[in-house]
Ligand binder design. Structure first.
Ligand SMILES: C[S@@+](CC[C@H](N)C(=O)[O-])C[C@H]1O[C@@H](n2cnc3c(N)ncnc32)[C@H](O)[C@@H]1O
Length: 202
């Protein structure tokens, strides 16, 4: 477990609700559409305060993890409201303790911007997904538009001290981890994306 990373996100968990206040309706329809595809045994990385649980279809069996016990504590109320089985766990996505080929679906939401070694995290997700299993991601990424990308690089110098990097190339990392890309949808310019990928069936 990366304890300094855990401490950083524990500190941020105290104000995360305030920092994201009023954002619950932003991107709601894109999240609804993406997470409607969840099926079978599901893993969510990283839960944060559980703001996205309301987009999950009912009656699923879901494990939602986060490296920060502070975030997990704040997610408990929303987990209890979920109309299905939703268990919370403190875990680092870079060192998952689940068996190989355990989940049918993995979901992420503003996750890969926050994990120090995203490729290592994605390789762990690949390992824990069943062959043919789906990866559903709602992520912000580095733009292909030069001036926007430079701005994101500058913002990251500050943002990573208390929160995420703004300039991750998540789609490339998904491919490098071995996933097949099914669909990549721009939700807000080319920065906020819904990404559907899968572990190849064989
Ligand atoms: C930007 S927040 C997003 C939280 C939530 N998904 C949301 O959209 O509101 C990033 C989250 O990733 C978690 N996180 C960062 N590194 C992690 C890791 N290595 N393993 C698991 N969770 C991690 C943080 O604790 C934090 O809750």
């Amino acid at each position: 477990m990366d304890l300094s990373l855990q401490a950083k996100w524990n500190r941020t968990s105290r104000t995360y609700g305030l920092m994201t206040w009023g954002e619950e309706h932003r991107f709601a329809s894109a999240k609804h559409e993406l997470f409607a595809k969840m099926k079978g045994r599901c893993l969510m990385v990283a839960a944060g305060t559980g703001a996205d649980f309301r987009f999950f279809p009912p009656d699923l069996v879901i494990t939602a993890l986060d490296i920060s016990p502070g975030m997990i504590e704040r997610a408990r109320g929303r987990a209890a409201d979920y109309r299905g089985a939703l268990a919370l766990q403190v875990m680092d996505v870079q060192e998952l303790t689940f068996p190989d080929a355990f989940f049918d679906t993995v979901v992420t939401s503003c996750t890969l911007c926050s994990v120090p070694d995203p490729l290592r995290g994605l390789r762990e997700l690949y390992r824990c997904l069943k062959p043919g299993g789906q990866l559903l991601m709602f992520e912000h990424v580095r733009s292909r538009v030069g001036p926007i990308a430079v701005l994101q690089d500058l913002m990251t110098l500050v943002s990573r001290r208390i929160g995420p990097d703004m300039n991750r190339d998540t789609v490339s990392n998904v491919l490098r981890a071995g996933f097949e890309l099914d669909r990549e949808t721009n939700v807000y310019v080319d920065v906020v994306k819904a990404i559907q990928a899968r572990r190849p069936a064989s």
